[in-house]
Design a protein around this ligand. Structure first.
Ligand code: DGY
Length: 319
């Protein structure tokens, strides 16, 4: 008998084809957003779950999952939606999909930097609403990305690719990471031992750290105050790493020039103040949303399931 996999969202066609070939998948062709109660009920028939970050596996949900569930094989690199300690306690295997989304997320990060610096939201709105009336030397003037200093918090896979892409814009790279990375991987970037030490060196600040209790509200009022005046903040990691009130205040006061945000606290019901600010470039959590990457994420999740159901250690085990 092929293992039964509960797939919580609609996945790319090629991934669903492979699922049908190798497993008995319970698919979600209408891409309905299931509640925790739905998942607990549907999991009664399943041997593993293949969810996205949109499904939350709190300790309570994990405790109520049927005993036959062996694994949660996430279709995401982030796994802050899963209580990993609770999973470990229950002997549940949890996996993620690292590496395969670094390029797409780095591209999106560059887009956030460029969009924020060059006032993309305002410009697009002007054209779409027919409010664009004229051209003048003072019209829609933004700031340049080329040659600026980029500070990266979290110099893992995504942070390192962002640094590579940013170097093509002649940016000088500074970073903070829990541990200094191998100098060969630094590519000349300057390491700072604390977030505080990094802040004064950031004309642009990109957040690529893992969401955890330690990084919750990492970019707060005190740290924003340490950034150079007129800095730009971009975030394509998780909304929780930003204190929204502090960021909004700094965008309103002009302490920060602009922000580019792809992720938010409480998605999709974001802090409404962001929608009112011209100097934020907003995207709806699409860092990994390219055809190539979404296929690769699905295949990576399936590679993990293949290992689990053939008694091997999955490559991307996080619990
Ligand atoms: C990830 O993989 O963590 C992306 O944010 C999509 O969930």
């Amino acid at each position: 008998m092929k293992p039964v996999i509960l797939v919580t969202r609609k996945l790319p066609e090629a991934v669903e084809d492979r699922l049908r070939r190798d497993y008995q998948p319970i698919l979600n062709p209408t891409d309905t957003l299931y509640s925790s109660a739905d998942i607990i009920n549907m999991a009664a028939e399943a041997d593993a779950i293949l969810p996205c970050h949109t499904e939350k596996f709190s300790a309570e949900v994990i405790e109520r999952l049927p005993a036959r569930i062996k694994a949660i094989a996430n279709f995401s690199v982030g796994y802050d939606h899963v209580d990993v300690e609770a999973a470990k306690k229950r002997g549940l295997i949890v996996t993620n999909t690292p590496d395969v989304l670094s390029d797409a997320t780095a591209e999106l990060t560059m887009m956030l930097m460029l969009g924020a610096a060059r006032r993309a939201s305002e410009g697009e709105k002007l054209v779409r609403t027919r409010e664009w009336k004229d051209w003048s030397p003072s019209f829609m003037v933004g700031i340049q990305v080329t040659g600026k200093r980029l500070g990266i918090v979290g110099f893992g896979r995504v942070g390192q690719v962002v640094a590579q892409r940013a170097r093509a814009f002649d940016m000088t790279i500074h970073y903070h990471n829990r541990r200094r990375v191998d100098p060969q991987l630094e590519g000349g970037a300057t390491y700072h031992e604390s977030v505080e030490a990094l802040m004064p060196h950031c004309d642009f600040l990109a957040l690529h750290c893992v969401a955890s209790p330690e990084t919750a509200g990492l970019l707060n009022k005190e740290r924003i105050a340490m950034l150079p005046d007129g800095a730009v903040v971009v975030n394509a990691s998780r909304g929780t790493v930003i204190d929204d009130e502090a960021l909004i205040e700094a965008l309103k006061s002009g302490k920060l020039y602009a922000a580019g945000l792809d992720v938010f606290n409480n998605e999709p019901d974001i802090n409404p103040a962001y929608r009112e600010l011209d100097n934020v470039f907003l995207m709806p959590h699409i860092g990994s949303a390219t055809r190539e990457t979404r296929d690769a994420m699905g295949f990576r999740a399936l590679d993990n399931l293949d290992a689990i159901f053939s008694g091997r250690e999955p490559g991307d085990r996080v619990a």
